[in-house]
Each structure stands twice: as C-alpha cells, then as structure tokens.
Design a protein. Structure first.
Lengths: 135, 113
C-alpha cells in the first residue's frame, strides 16, 4: 500500500533497560543520583544482613571471632567488602550532597556538576584508601 | 487529594525523618570507623568489651533503628518509582518492613545476650 503520508516520523521512545543502560546518557548529577539508589538498595540487602551475621558471629566466642577474622581475609570476601565500602561511601557522599541541595546550597548547574564529580571521585578515593588498608 | 494505600509524601514527616536519621547514621559511622581504624590489631576481648558498654549498646541500637527507618523511606521511594502494580508493591513493602524489623530484632539479640 502506498501512502503519501509525510516522511516516517521518529516513534516515541519508551524507557526500558537497554535504553537506560546504553542509549540515554545521564549527566553527571543523574549518575550520582541513580548510583545513590543502587548503593542504597545494596546496603539494605544483602550487605546489612551479611554484616549483621559477621557481627553476630564475631561476638559469640573467641573461636567464632577468629573464624570471622579468617573469613574476612579470603580474597573474594575482601572484594565483597570493597563493594560494600564503595556503596557505603558513595551513599554517604551523595547523601551529604543532597542535604546541601535541600538547603539550596550549590543548586546552580555548574556547582551541581562540580559537586557530583566530587562525590564520585571522593567515594572512589575512600574505597581505594580502604582497599589499601584491607590488602 | 487522591490517596492510595501504597502511596506516601502526604506530609513532611517521612522526608524529614529520612534526613534526620541520615545525620545520626553518618555520625555513628564516622565515630565507629575512626575508633576501628585507630585501634589495630583488634582482639576478641577488646571487641567484646567495646560492645558490652552500656552507652555503646544504646548508641548501636539507636543507629540500627535510624538505619531501619531511613531504609524504609528509601526503599519505599524506590518501590513507588519502579513497581507499578499496587498488589506487588504492597507485597514488597511488607517484605521490606519485615526484613528491617528483623534486622533491628537481630541487633537487639546480638547486643543483649
């Protein structure tokens, strides 16, 4: 069927995971915001449960304490701890930034971009610091 | 206002609570982190005595309650944004509350045994 309709229009694009991951390029403050959510959910589960379990065992007896210490020295466990540390540091730094934004501090575009970059950088630096401490 | 059972933000309370608990969590974490970094190596005796202090137990419980409250507001915001069917959202909200209440109960059990 032939139509003389105007040139094919771009169809509306709906949000889906591939679009979110590969097509939509968030500005830096957007990245900080979504990572704030991702890190928050990760801290809620599994990290809170994992750390509570470790705390529980570490306070049970001398042997359990030694076992937790040995457990925390396993390379894979250290890697998991590092992910926790990053999630915690990012959530903390981004949270402090949001508190300042709530107080109307740093809300112009330039300041917001600088502080977003700062949050990403500082949380990665803190993670690196703890990585050195762990290894 | 059109209120739904799995909605929120009909007042200032949750928003404010999330920010107040955030400050409490931050203070406790920084103080605990600094104490742990400053005291190495940590022995079982030190560790046990540290959590046996009355003030440490109370501070840790307040921290856990703040964390649970904070996480509840945050998780509910996330569920409200990404889970649209009311039934599923309610189910996940109840699950979140049970997990968080479980964390607090577990913390009490660890601290006062």
């Amino acid at each position: 069927m032939t139509t003389s309709a105007p040139a094919k229009r771009e169809r509306p694009k709906y949000l889906n995971l591939p679009a979110l991951l590969f097509e939509i390029r968030l500005p830096l403050p957007g990245k900080v915001s979504i990572l704030h959510r991702v890190s928050g959910v990760l801290l809620f589960f599994p990290f809170a449960a994992w750390l509570l379990y470790a705390l529980d065992r570490s306070l049970t007896s001398e042997q359990d304490f030694a076992q937790v210490q040995a457990y925390l020295r396993l390379p894979l466990v250290k890697l998991g701890l590092l992910v926790f540390i990053w999630a915690f540091c990012h959530h903390l730094c981004a949270g402090v930034r949001f508190l300042f934004l709530d107080l109307d501090k740093g809300i112009d575009l330039k300041a917001a971009r600088v502080s977003a970059a700062l949050v990403l950088a500082v949380s990665l630096l803190m993670t690196a610091f703890f990585a050195v401490k762990l290894w | 206002m059109n209120r739904i059972v799995t909605g929120a933000h009909y007042g200032l309370r949750d928003w404010l609570a999330q920010r107040i608990t955030a400050v409490i969590i931050t203070l406790y974490s920084i103080i605990l982190g600094a104490a742990l970094l400053g005291a190495k190596p940590i022995t079982y005796g030190m560790w046990r005595d540290f959590f046996a202090h009355g003030w440490m137990r109370v501070a840790t419980l307040l921290f856990a309650i703040s964390l649970a409250w904070h996480a509840w507001v945050g998780m509910r915001d996330v569920l409200m944004d990404y889970i649209k069917p009311t039934g599923l959202r309610l189910f996940l909200e109840i699950g979140t509350i049970l997990v968080l209440a479980g964390y607090v109960a577990w913390t009490i059990q660890i601290l006062w045994r």
